[in-house]
Design a protein around this ligand. Structure first.
Ligand SMILES: C[S@@+](CC[C@H](N)C(=O)[O-])C[C@H]1O[C@@H](n2cnc3c(N)ncnc32)[C@H](O)[C@@H]1O
Length: 338
């Protein structure tokens, strides 16, 4: 456990420093000095990092030539070029969450929570991560889950993304479906400001973003389709959010929600591939950001059983659950208003 958790920091640094990308580009055995020179980094730090990579079996080492090599089959999972299969990016979450350990520990003693604003780089890393699981998979896998959705978007509908973060999924759809109109809501001013500036850069005319609390949606029967990507389980008041979504949909409208795939009962998650990781990110982020505002603290592992109950309590009686091969961590719920 110590070795593997330690490697998450080194993988994160390999990603952020561009070391993995440099190694893939050069694709030959190199000394630590050559790697440092090519990367524009300090050789002593690079050599220590290489020690972790070699002993962690991420890279190969030849002691005669003192050269290090990233095998192409490992580069396939660790470099930006490997997107959407880059696993090094997700490692950044461990250091983001590690930075709030003192605050979370305080909550163990006194209750309460740690608010979103305390998490440095959260929206940047979240957008990078969901670019892989959501944006890169929208066209081939996610949108086709709902019958007629692609045709409707092509024809021109009103669509919203609630808890949209930096809004890359919505921008992708706005670009692909120029006859539809897209609205993104998030309560993070920082994420919405980033989205606004990106919309200008991309010169998109059919999209806009608003700072808005998801529990306070006010547009009755406005949207034909609402997307929620990974943004129910960390809500302050998820019931109010789901009721608001139900009310905001047109009569034939649908909600497409991606959220974590676990059981609601811990005993059923023993064989889940990444359950300890999910309960950890819940404690260090998803649950605590809700409790910070007196929320219900559903937690990352709120699970499919509770999700289906909550959709029904919000008025969605016609719900289909899908799993997609590219994203083993999430369920995709297609919830029709009728
Ligand atoms: C895990 S992130 C997912 C972001 C984005 N959907 C994605 O997939 O990259 C959850 C998002 O929900 C937003 N959020 C949480 N509580 C909210 C609330 N009460 N109202 C609006 N947005 C909220 C957060 O700011 C964050 O951007």
């Amino acid at each position: 456990m110590l070795n593997e958790s330690a490697l998450t920091f080194m993988l994160s640094i390999g990603h952020r420093s561009g070391l993995f990308d440099t190694l893939r580009r050069l694709n030959r055995p190199l000394t630590s000095l050559e790697i440092a020179d090519e990367s524009g980094l300090d050789e002593r730090y690079v050599r220590e990092w290489l020690g972790a990579m070699v002993t962690g079996r991420v890279m190969d080492y030849d002691s005669t030539s003192r050269s290090y090599y990233l095998p192409p089959e490992h580069a396939e999972w660790l470099t930006r070029e490997a997107t959407p299969n880059n696993l090094a990016g997700i490692m950044q979450f461990m250091s983001i969450f590690g930075k709030v350990e003192d605050d979370v520990l305080e909550c163990f003693k006194n209750g309460g929570g740690v608010p979103y604003e305390k998490f440095d780089r959260f929206h940047e890393v979240m957008a990078e991560e969901s670019f892989q699981t959501v944006v890169a998979a929208l066209d081939a896998h996610i949108l086709p889950l709902a019958d007629r959705l692609v045709e409707d978007l092509e024809r021109g509908v009103e669509a919203a993304d609630i808890g949209c973060g930096r809004g890359l999924a919505l921008m992708h759809m706005a670009q692909r479906f120029p006859d539809s109109r897209f609205t993104g809501y998030d309560f993070s001013k920082e994420a919405i400001a980033w989205a606004d500036s990106e919309v200008v850069k991309r010169d998109l005319q059919n999209i806009h973003f608003e700072v808005c609390d998801a529990a306070q949606l006010k547009d009755k029967h406005r949207f034909d389709v609402i997307f929620v990507f990974d943004a129910i389980h960390d809500q302050i008041d998820p019931h109010a959010m789901l009721v608001g979504i139900h009310d905001s949909l047109t009569e034939n409208g649908l909600l497409l929600a991606q959220d974590i795939r676990t059981s609601s009962d811990v005993e059923n998650n023993l064989d889940h591939q990444v359950a300890p990781f999910l309960y950890t990110i819940s404690t260090m982020h998803c649950m605590t950001v809700s409790l910070a505002h007196g929320g219900c603290g559903l937690g990352t592992c709120w699970g499919e059983e509770l999700a289906l109950r909550m959709f029904e309590e919000a008025g969605f009686t016609n719900v289909a659950v899908h799993a997609l091969d590219h994203d083993f961590m999430n369920n995709y719920y297609i919830c029709r208003r009728k």
